[in-house]
Ligand binder design. Structure first.
Ligand SMILES: Nc1nc2c(ncn2[C@@H]2O[C@H](COP(=O)(O)OP(=O)(O)OP(=O)(O)O)[C@@H](O)[C@H]2O)c(=O)[nH]1
Ligand SMILES: [Zn+2]
Length: 364
């Protein structure tokens, strides 16, 4: 047998590798096996279910659906945590209604999960999939399934922070900020490489203007009027270019960390009148899935220790302080539009964002 351990990055634990493999499997619509002490669980992402997979799960037998506390609440079951529902016949339409429909209700008993089952939900969140999994307890290993341990899922985010590394940096002149550089990082909990935009030549010995910007394909790239992201991003570049430079971390946290597909589903619900947080809750998510620990690590790798954080989001300020950075903050607001005004007001009213928003009343 050859020893191939040297082919794995020294700082990367095998546990983190198995979580990454499991994420790739689930995103491709394949099951994984989750283990925890004596428990073995087959995990299948509910949103990927098709009739083939449903038949196959029904033949194995004993399938249950685990849903988050938020989703259960929407289905009419108040609980302090996730819960499981038995699925004797693995019916595709019923499962689809249980994970997606805004009017579905539960009429069967809901039981609390064991830690392994709860870890399956975390794994789906890490994979940017809906937090809803079909689970079957297995009494023997199954050939061909990637295996992942519950404890490695729980340790994943923290471990990945230390594996983050700078891959390279190069000048990229930007509109309004010709002296800019882009630095690319790999690792962290994101599924893709992360970029830092270094605008101008910030003095790293003093407080540096920093923005943690969560990816927003619709707003950043296409100028969607539904949010303030694209506007904030371009304002930030301009502001930094005119005010001594700064660093923008462009984080792989599309849709507040829920992923692009979930955000677009949430937009579908918003088109029916739900606000941004209610729409996410219908899909099983809490207020905000994002963690910013790895952003602090990116700043550390760039040599930044004191930060003037350009944000309205108190969570970002707290997260960088918790990671040991010295943080003062500065507001950066996108333009209100008739399309985003309620979104901005909702962030202020429901998540404590420090925004100045004047929502016109019906009479205005
Ligand atoms: N789930 C969900 N995500 C959204 C929605 N609208 C925008 N987003 C995402 O929300 C995130 C906004 O990120 P940021 O611009 O970093 O901002 P923020 O938390 O509002 O904080 P600051 O802009 O720093 O004040 C992006 O990942 C967007 O894709 C929505 O309606 N639902
Ligand atoms: Zn946006």
């Amino acid at each position: 047998m050859h020893d191939i351990s040297g082919l794995f990055p020294a700082h990367e634990s095998l546990g983190a590798v198995s979580v990454e493999r499991a994420i790739a499997e689930l995103r491709a619509g394949r099951p994984v096996m989750l283990t925890e002490t004596a428990v073995r669980l087959l995990v299948y992402p509910a949103e990927q279910l098709d009739s083939h997979a449903a038949d196959s799960l029904a033949r194995i037998g004993g399938a249950r659906l685990i849903l988050s506390e938020q989703r259960l609440g929407r289905l009419g079951v108040e609980r302090d945590g996730p819960g499981l529902i038995a699925l004797p016949d693995v019916n595709l339409d019923r499962i689809s209604a249980l994970i997606l429909d805004e009017d579905a209700r539960i009429d069967s008993p809901v039981v609390p999960p064991i830690p392994a089952e709860e870890a399956a939900l975390d794994l789906l969140r890490l994979a940017h999939l809906l937090p809803a999994a079909l689970l079957i307890r297995l009494d023997a290993p199954v050939a061909g399934l990637n295996e992942v341990a519950g404890c490695d899922i729980r340790a994943f985010r923290a471990r990945k922070i230390t594996s983050l590394r700078l891959i390279g940096r190069a000048p990229v002149p930007l509109e309004g900020a010709p002296h800019s550089e882009i630095a690319v990082f790999r690792g962290g909990e994101g599924l893709r490489d992360q970029a830092a935009v270094i605008v101008g030549e910030p003095d790293l010995s003093g407080p540096v203007h920093v923005r943690l910007h969560s990816a927003c394909l619709t707003g950043d790239l296409f100028g969607s009027l539904k949010c303030d992201c694209g506007d904030q991003l371009r304002h930030t570049v301009k502001f930094m270019a005119e005010n001594g430079g700064g660093v923008i971390l462009y984080l792989d946290q599309e849709g507040r960390g829920n992923g692009l597909a979930t955000k677009i589903r949430a937009y579908g619900l918003q088109a029916k009148g739900y606000d941004t947080y209610d729409a996410d809750e219908i899909l099983g998510f809490g207020l905000d899935q994002r963690r910013f620990g790895y952003a602090a690590r990116m700043l550390d790798l760039l040599g930044v220790t004191r930060v003037r954080l350009m944000t309205n989001n108190p969570k970002k300020i707290e997260a960088l302080r918790a990671a040991g950075l010295e943080v003062s903050d500065q507001r950066i607001q996108g333009r209100p539009t008739p399309h985003n005004i309620h979104y901005l007001a909702t962030k202020r009213d429901r998540a404590g964002h420090l925004l100045d928003v004047d929502v016109p009343t019906a009479e205005d």
